[in-house]
Write a protein that binds this ligand. Structure first.
Ligand SMILES: Cc1cc2nc3c(=O)[nH]c(=O)nc-3n(C[C@H](O)[C@H](O)[C@H](O)COP(=O)(O)O)c2cc1C
Length: 187
């Protein structure tokens, strides 16, 4: 690889002390040499999805989301489960990705997730898999991991110091980069 591999880290929680955001911040700090992680921070700014608004000029927050996705080589998600499904705000983000037909959009992009839920969140991740399949994203299975995280593990930097979390996070990143290298839409 002759340039930096860019991973966009997309959280599905708006909570201030979010475990999912903490896991992605941890991933950002653990990006292997030759790669960089960028945390997406615009979840709360996205308007409710409306196909009528999916036209130029796009709402600025939507244009920003799509621009950040197109500017990345892979996506790494981490979201909670609410009431047996994906959080509405996160599904809203995913809905806004569907209409992007420009080169580098989520279509065929290498993607993975870190499920940080102590309760398993099976429905949320089944639903995420379904949506990612709908947009034909390239799910890198070996990079999709379940690492239960509770709020007490979050340190003063908003990350996780515990090696039992950091090691599988590192593994996920390594696998995502490796999987993307073999992906048709990889770098
Ligand atoms: C209203 C509400 C509903 C929830 N429903 C579920 C659920 O259906 N399944 C589950 O595994 N966890 C559920 N949870 C627990 C959250 O997924 C869990 O607290 C998660 O760690 C929150 O992620 P965050 O720390 O990134 O905000 C629920 C939490 C709340 C507040």
């Amino acid at each position: 690889m002759d340039r930096t591999f860019r991973i966009l880290l997309i959280p599905g929680s708006l909570r201030g002390r979010s475990t999912n955001v903490a896991v992605l911040r941890t991933a950002q700090s653990l990006a292997p040499a030759g790669s960089t992680g960028l945390l997406f921070e615009g979840l709360a700014d996205l308007p409710p999805f409306n196909p009528d608004a999916d036209a130029e000029p796009l709402p600025p927050a939507v244009a920003d989301l799509r621009g950040q996705i197109r500017g990345s080589d892979a996506l790494l998600f981490s979201a909670p489960e609410y009431a047996g499904g994906l959080p509405g705000s996160f599904k809203n983000l995913l809905d806004w990705t569907v209409g992007d037909d420009q080169v580098g959009s989520i279509y065929e992009k290498p993607v993975a997730w870190i499920n940080a839920s102590p309760r398993g969140a099976p429905n949320a991740y089944e639903s995420l898999r379904k949506v990612l399949g709908y947009v034909k994203a390239d799910i890198v299975e070996s990079a999709c991991v379940h690492i239960p995280v509770t709020e007490v593990l979050i340190n003063d930097e908003g990350q996780i110091s515990d090696a039992s979390v950091r090691e599988p996070v590192s593994h996920s990143l390594t696998e995502l980069i490796r999987g993307a290298a073999g992906s048709p839409s990889g770098p």
